[in-house]
Write a new protein. Sequence first.
Length: 166
Amino acid sequence: CIFGFLVLLPEIVWISTLPFCGPNQIHQIFCDFEPVLRLACTDTSMILVEDVIHAVAIIFSVLIITLSYVRIITVILRIPSVDGRQKAFSTCASHLGVFLMFYGSVSLMYLRFSATFPPTLDTVIALMFAVLAPFFNPIIYSLRNKDMKIAIKKLLCLQKGFNAST
């Protein structure tokens, strides 16, 4: 967390010293770098170069995580018992789901460079990594808990019974 904060701190300070002009509206659900840079009245190309460097660092970290998952999957495939493989894959699936949800949406948002998406799609992508990934993270991990599975089944059974009686 500290490293992530310190890496972005110079860029934040740099952007906060830029002169801004024109419309002061950002069409985004949160204040992100790119929309703020579009409001600047000066050349922001050096900040964009720094963003590309950050993107490369993110790609590098995602590659390391992906390689570790590939290694985990190859080890799981060598487990002789079907039950053991299934249990190991079920544990990995929740981790992989959270990883794909977060990094997939972050990649769409920040690693598209010159590609532009409609504003609605931008909003949906931003909601994926800023709201839905953190929201679903504890839910996905708690599905591994037997008590949570039983509670969800009871809840769904109550919902089915309630819907049938109405």
